[in-house]
Design a binder for this molecule. Structure first.
Ligand SMILES: C[S@@+](CC[C@H](N)C(=O)[O-])C[C@H]1O[C@@H](n2cnc3c(N)ncnc32)[C@H](O)[C@@H]1O
Length: 164
């Protein structure tokens, strides 16, 4: 839905998704038939201004996307903490200098729930990005409804991350 919304605003959108079935489902729901092209280890699905690169984000070559902006909803928080530095490195290589990212995270006492989503505290976002991105915490909200999961506290933060 977010990809369609951004596309309707006039942007050219590239999504990256590992699971082929999810890519097919996306285009089926949009009632469009994409053109499909194999590019090395990835498949490029294109329909109008919407592209999805199917394959592993971590092996995507820098020139495959060259984004001026990026949006992370439920992506970094879906990765175990051991993969976070590699994720930051890959975002850095796929985006041009000055590009702006919007990232939504969750934070909760990790011992109270097995991820995903994994807890990604605000301080860790700063520690991981700050040497190569300008980090601005735009907002943090308490998610009261999610306490049904047995969590004593759950917050969601939204970051603006500008690649230096
Ligand atoms: C929690 S889902 C979020 C999907 C979407 N952003 C949303 O908000 O609905 C995380 C997605 O990341 C994909 N994913 C996980 N590891 C990946 C990787 N290495 N490369 C590309 N996609 C990956 C998963 O297949 C899954 O669809």
């Amino acid at each position: 839905m977010d990809m369609h919304w951004l596309s309707d605003k006039g942007h050219t959108i590239t999504g990256i998704e590992l699971v082929e079935q999810a890519v097919h489902q996306f285009f089926d729901e949009a009632k469009t038939t994409p053109a499909i092209q194999q590019e090395g280890a990835h498949k490029r699905y294109t329909a109008g201004d919407l592209t999805i690169l199917q394959g592993d984000l971590f092996t995507l070559p820098a020139e495959a996307a060259s984004c001026e902006a990026w949006y992370d909803r439920a992506a970094m928080v879906a990765l175990p903490s051991t993969m976070r530095q590699a994720y930051v490195n890959q975002i850095h290589s796929l985006c041009t200098p000055g590009s702006v990212g919007l990232m939504i995270t969750f934070a909760y006492p990790q011992e109270q729930m097995q991820g995903p989503p994994f807890s990604l505290p605000d301080q860790e976002v700063s520690a991981l990005f700050a040497d190569r991105f300008q980090v601005t915490l735009l907002e943090t909200v308490q998610l009261e409804d999610e306490k049904q999961r047995g969590l004593s506290e759950l917050t969601s933060s939204v970051f603006k991350l500008v690649r230096i």
